[in-house]
Design a protein around this ligand. Structure first.
Ligand code: FAD
Length: 448
């Protein structure tokens, strides 16, 4: 049985905040979820009114979503869902194995309904400051919300025993540094502002970045644009190359510079006269509400110091972060991290001493540095994802992600690279039937 029941502020009602609230309540705590927008679901709430003239200045936006209209998941739904709430196709809605964004939002909304979470969420309430009380164990949370019966905003404060930060990391865009871009006459955008291809009709577009967004958006735009040029730091070719299956797409190395005459020059020596540069270059961690009391800072996109990407050692366990790791299967990871945080807060699971956690963090950074891993990739797990989840599951004395989920994830990553155009629709060819059958057997067991 838990030895402590705490009042916990959860910041954000996306997938991470919802599952954190569920795990905290399951553990006997009293969570209050603050959500600055008017609904739950975070990233998965599509907003059509993107600012198509977004400047390359760092853009702190209230917009929660950065999905394009045609976005479909890049993971099979079975693999993507929470561990104990299967993401299976219902009789209505989008039954595809890689469904569109609206289906993911429906899933998260039904998760909130199923676990009776809506009543815990304070909508249109933005946390603006989190500071530590002098007692050292509790946190003062200042928030701003619409005053009743008026458009004005009012601020208020409450003290909580603990704070769990689930504010997502897809709202502050990261723009690539392009030499000479200030004098370049074209238009720059970040993928966060991209919704539909039509505005790029007949244009020459340079897309920076070959991650999932760059890959999907460049192909979307290629349907209407005159030319699309992908700039990738991972391009192995010394020269630019035409991408198979497209009459108007080329792959280049990184951009070397942009010039006043409108041309963009690549390291491979090729150059194009471009109308648009689209930055599909990711996002920056941002916690504008945190004071120094949190004892963490963001440097080169690394949130430090953090024990296992979750707890700042000096203030653990009363402050924690859910959902920082990248290149992972997000929902199951959020679930395990939340379970761990809830159990540590109640006293059911033990953390090492502060000194031991600090030593662990230092050793972790040394290992990454020895491998030549840039600091900005600290939270990119990729190959270490399942090792991390197994570790979390062990702390929680429960099972981690199932074998079929791991195999599905690896297979999805592989086909995404090999067949970016059609991997979503070609998945159901029989190669993965045994994984789907196992997933369905496990889901049936959950539902009994
Ligand atoms: P978010 O969904 O960003 O939620 C954070 C919430 O916190 C938001 O509702 C925000 O309004 C709120 N908030 C922020 N600051 C405050 C504040 N100060 N006060 C109150 N509320 C605040 N994942 C997959 O599993 N499969 C996919 O196919 C996939 N595709 C993706 C495609 C794109 C383009 C992007 C951007 C992401 C994709 N992801 C995908 C990852 C996705 O972000 C995660 O699945 C997950 O939704 C992240 O949830 P989150 O709760 O951490 O963050």
């Amino acid at each position: 049985m838990p030895s402590r029941s705490l009042r916990v502020a959860v910041i954000g009602a996306g997938a991470a905040g919802l599952v954190a609230a569920r795990e905290l309540r399951r553990e006997g705590h009293a969570p209050v979820v603050f959500e600055r927008t008017d609904g739950v679901g975070g990233t998965w709430v599509y907003e059509a009114d993107a600012d198509a003239s977004a400047s390359p200045e760092p853009l702190v936006t209230q917009r929660r979503s950065n999905l394009d209209a045609s976005l479909r998941t890049n993971l099979p739904r079975e693999c993507m869902g929470f561990l104990d709430f299967p993401f299976v196709a219902g009789p209505d809605g989008d039954t595809r194995r890689f469904p569109g964004h609206a289906e993911v939002l429906r899933y998260l909304q039904s998760f909130a309904r199923r676990f009776d979470l809506d009543g815990l969420v304070r909508l249109e309430t933005e946390v603006v400051r989190v500071s530590r009380e002098t007692s050292g164990t509790s946190w003062r949370v200042r928030y701003s919300r619409k005053a009743s019966g008026s458009e004005k905003r009012e601020t208020d404060e409450e003290v909580f025993d603990a704070v769990v930060i689930c504010n997502g990391h897809y709202s502050q865009p990261h723009f690539a540094d392009v030499a000479g871009v200030d004098a370049w006459p074209g238009k720059q955008l970040h993928s966060t502002s991209y919704r539909v291809p039509e505005p790029f009709h007949g244009q020459v577009v340079v897309v920076i970045g070959c991650g999932p967004s760059g890959t999907d958006i460049s192909r979307d735009i290629a349907g209407v644009a005159k030319e699309v040029h992908l700039a990738s730091r991972w391009s192995l070719s010394a020269t630019s190359e035409k991408l198979p299956g497209h009459a108007n797409m080329w792959l280049h190395s990184e951009i070397d510079r942009a010039q006043e005459d409108g041309s963009v020059v690549f390291h491979d020596g090729s150059r194009v006269k471009a109308d648009v540069i689209m930055h599909c270059t990711g996002y920056k961690y941002n916690f504008p509400f945190l004071t120094n009391d949190a004892t963490v800072s963001v440097d080169d996109n690394c949130v430090d110091p953090l024990y296992k990407h979750v707890f700042p050692p000096q203030v653990a366990p009363r402050l924690s972060f859910i959902g920082l790791p990248l290149k992972v299967v997000p929902f199951p990871l959020f679930e395990l991290q939340s379970h761990w945080v809830a159990g540590v807060l109640s006293g059911r699971f033990k953390l090492p001493s502060k000194d031991e956690m600090v030593r662990d963090v230092t050793a972790f950074h040394s290992r990454l540095a020895a491998r030549g891993w840039p600091r900005r990739y600290t939270h990119r797990l990729r190959d270490r994802e399942f090792e991390n989840e197994d570790w979390l599951a062990e702390q929680c004395r429960r099972g981690g992600p199932e074998g079929w989920r791991r195999e599905m994830f690896d297979a999805a990553m592989q086909v995404m690279v090999e067949r970016p155009e059609n991997y979503r629709d070609e998945w159901d060819g029989g190669d993965y039937d045994h994984l789907l059958a196992q997933a369905n057997r496990d889901f049936a067991a959950h539902c009994q």
